[in-house]
Design a protein around this ligand. Structure first.
Ligand SMILES: [Zn+2]
Ligand SMILES: [Zn+2]
Length: 140
């Protein structure tokens, strides 16, 4: 059994060019985001993110391609296969969100809440027993 300081989890994009490592267990939140921008950026009905401090996301393989997706946010993706990997906002400059689905084994982790549920698709039942936040709780 690894000590907590050396335990980690790894993830990768669809083609495998982008790889990353993060410490485990995570200290941040895991949330299903229902905002329309995540939905469009991922081409998915919702996007599940886990949050880590910036310096805990260790990029391996090729660097992410990054684009500005709104006035305060940047999204990172694989330059080859375009899998969405990261989200960073100047509102929370010390942390970065990573797409849970790109972990090597996402089944190990479960979301703790739904965020931006004001934008949730009305027919989507996704972990509906979890607490709903109309926006992002960190913005309260
Ligand atoms: Zn890729
Ligand atoms: Zn979102």
């Amino acid at each position: 059994m690894n000590t907590a300081s050396s335990a980690s989890r790894t993830g990768h994009c669809l083609c495998g060019a982008v790889r990353y490592r993060v410490p485990y267990p995570f200290t941040g939140e895991i949330a299903h985001c229902h905002c329309s921008m995540c939905r469009r950026a991922a081409g998915a009905v919702a996007v599940t993110w886990f949050t880590v401090p910036n310096d805990e996301l260790e990029m391996l393989g090729v660097p992410l391609e990054v684009y500005k997706s709104s006035a305060e946010a940047e999204r990172g993706y694989c330059p080859t296969c375009h899998s969405p990997i990261s989200f960073w906002s100047s509102k929370f400059p010390d942390t970065i969100d990573v797409t849970l689905a790109t972990l090597d084994d996402p089944s190990e982790f479960a979301a703790e809440m739904n965020i931006w549920t004001e934008s949730r698709l009305p027919w989507l039942k996704l972990d509906s027993h979890l607490p709903d936040r109309e926006g992002d709780p960190d913005e309260d």
